[in-house]
Design a protein around this ligand. Structure first.
Ligand code: F6R
Length: 602
């Protein structure tokens, strides 16, 4: 979702901005633009569609400083007029923005009568406001920016330039992510470190409601009252190969294939020299002190919470409740006396989850963030963090983060259970079981061609499909159906197999694809009964079964793994099903329409 990149003090400004925007493409966008300034001139270039279309328009655009933006439309359609950067009334000030300004219409009415706007965005109003304070009221650029920041309500990451001064970029943030990158003789700003990793691995955080003055050789952080703040830089543990596709046609396939390695990395990260599971004692204590764990998340991460619920409850002896972040942001249910909020978030930036975390912090509720991104907003603002160690996930459709989330929560459950003397936790040899999961994934990955053929026969033409399962398999069905629908656009629902007959079975007709998940020895025979019910109504069924419940004729058979971890192994063929179904339909697997990787607006 919207991305920002900026550079000051580098003669390759155009190239750096375009390359940075390409690295931000994965976040999702529908138009883009750059503003580049040098000593004598400046240029603004915008395009609807892909960065390649913007790049094609930038030949001859040169300068030493600039700001660029990928826009995911919120206020106004994806047009060039609505694409950022936006300019003030006299076109002197230029602004890019990520977030949503809540009071933009009030600002327009109160301060900007007589101004002319090219598009419908909230951002254009912000830059007109800043420009007005300089051009009409005589304030300095910095005073004007501060005055505007005090008026603006909502979420924002702003990068502002004065086209008469190519030496400075002014930035500020509130709730939306933004980082400073420190180069050699030049400096940068960006929405995430990946946009700048080619140039630098030295970064500096910006906190909410700070204003930063970025020049080629200096970075000054201030609060809105002008008090200067000291800020150390840090080194990001990313390298360029982490964010490349290598020989893969799509990031999604690369990330699916990385899952056995991620399982092994997690074993390394959460075991000590003696191979014993180890989790920060403060986190174990936080769970021990809680009388209920509330998992808050969105989308795939929410599904990972479901898939981990039984394991967490049985091993920690603590009830687990799930909440959709966007629902809880506006209304929390009656909480237990000693709640612990666990935020699951690949990006660590999801605005819906952050909104709940802000409320939890106000209420003094302890919190843990389980995330793939160290230093992300949810990580910084929660009391504790557990990292997923999955490496950057670039494809919009989350795969390795989902499996890493369940595995990470398994380490938490095991560590707390052992500390509590829980018998099941003591008997659960997680390191061994997770190694078996890694092997099971590898064996599924070696069956790609078979899966591809079955998908071609089942899903090439259909408009809709169903996943069914019971128990843990139902939770995997929810995730499997999200994966299929978000990239192939096949309308797909994941159902508890026993629920079909209470309404949904009415949708089954001749040829409707139904994919059944079978891993639980007690529940599998019941799901097989439900398979018969849909077959009798004409459904085309594909079965994915673990060896212990497999029968002759099952389509995809997986190695047995520990029941707590079966969602990790069961989801992998469904990820491949989504991948191949999308490939056969000729769609952009990594960048599905309308979606953003990092959902930084509510
Ligand atoms: C789907 C997907 C999304 C995310 C959701 C939450 O493949 O990736 O459903 O899971 O937007 O994002 P995070 O985990 O970054 O909080």
């Amino acid at each position: 979702m919207c991305g920002i990149v900026g550079v000051v003090g580098n003669t390759n400004a155009t190239d750096i901005l375009i390359q940075g925007l390409e690295k931000l493409e994965y976040r999702g966008y529908d138009s883009a633009g750059i503003f580049v300034a040098g000593d004598a001139s400046s240029q603004l270039v915008k395009a609807v569609g892909r960065i390649a279309e913007l790049a094609a328009k930038t030949e001859g655009v040169e300068g030493t400083a600039g700001i660029g933006h990928t826009r995911w439309a919120t206020h106004g359609k994806p047009t060039e007029d609505n694409a950022h950067p936006h300019r003030s009334e006299t076109e002197r000030f230029v602004l890019v923005h990520n977030g949503v300004i809540e009071n933009y219409l009030e600002i327009k009415e109160e301060y900007l009568s007589g101004h002319h706007f090219k598009g419908q965005t909230d951002t254009e109003i912000a830059v007109h406001l800043i420009g007005k304070f300089v051009e009409e009221d005589g304030l300095s650029t910095i005073e004007s920016f501060k005055k505007a920041l005090r008026i603006i309500r909502g979420s924002y990451a702003f990068a502002l330039m004065d086209s008469e001064d190519a030496s400075t970029i002014y930035v500020s943030k509130n709730k939306s992510p933004l980082l400073i990158g420190l180069g050699d003789g030049y400096n940068m700003v960006c929405s995430d470190a990946m946009a700048m990793i080619r140039e630098t691995n030295q970064y500096m955080e910006i906190h909410d409601q700070e204003l930063v003055i970025v020049k080629a050789d200096s970075v000054e952080v201030q609060d809105y009252d002008g008090n200067v703040k000291e800020r150390d830089s840090y080194t990001a543990e990313l390298d360029l190969s982490d964010i490349g596709k290598g020989t893969y046609p799509y990031y999604m396939l690369k990330e699916i294939d990385e899952q056995p390695t991620v399982m092994r990395k997690l074993i390394q990260a959460y075991t000590d020299d003696k191979g014993q599971v180890t989790v920060d004692a403060k986190i174990i204590k936080a769970v021990q002190e809680a009388d209920r764990i509330y998992i808050l998340a969105a989308g795939t991460s929410y599904h990972a919470g479901f898939a981990s619920k039984k394991m967490l409850e049985e091993l920690t002896d603590t009830p687990v409740e799930l909440g959709i972040s966007s629902e809880w942001g506006y209304g929390m249910p009656l909480l237990s006396k000693k709640p612990l909020f666990v935020f699951i978030s690949q990006s660590g930036e999801t605005a819906d989850s952050r909104q709940v975390l802000v409320k939890a912090n106000e209420l003094g509720i302890p919190s843990l963030t389980v995330t793939n991104v160290p230093g992300s907003t949810l990580s910084r603002e929660a009391d504790h963090t557990m990292l997923l160690h999955a490496g950057p996930e670039i494809a919009v459709a989350s795969t390795k983060a989902y499996t890493a989330q369940i595995a990470t929560l398994a380490f938490l459950a095991k560590a707390v259970g052992e500390a509590n003397g829980n018998e099941k936790a003591k008997a659960f040899d997680l390191v061994h079981e997770l190694s078996l999961v890694a092997q099971s994934i590898e064996s599924t990955l070696s069956e790609k061609e078979v899966i591809d053929e079955k998908v071609a026969a089942l899903l090439s033409e259909t408009r809709n499909a169903f996943y069914i399962g019971r128990g843990q398999d139902y939770y995997v069905a929810m995730e499997a159906s999200l994966k299929l629908k978000e990239i192939s656009y096949i309308q797909c629902e994941g159902f508890a197999a026993g629920e079909l007959k209470h309404g949904t079975i009415a949708l089954i007709e001749d040829g409707t694809p139904v994919i059944a998940l079978l891993s639980d020895p007690v529940l599998a025979s019941h799901t097989r009964g439900n398979i018969q019910e849909v077959v009798a109504r004409g459904a085309k069924v594909l079965t994915i079964a673990e060896e212990n419940v497999a029968k002759e004729g099952d389509d995809i058979v997986l190695n047995n793994v520990h029941p707590y971890l079966s969602p990790i192994s069961m989801v992998v063929p469904t990820q491949l099903i989504a991948y191949f179904a999308t490939l056969h339909r000729g769609l952009d697997i990594d960048k599905p329409r309308n979606l953003a990787k990092s959902v930084t607006v509510e």
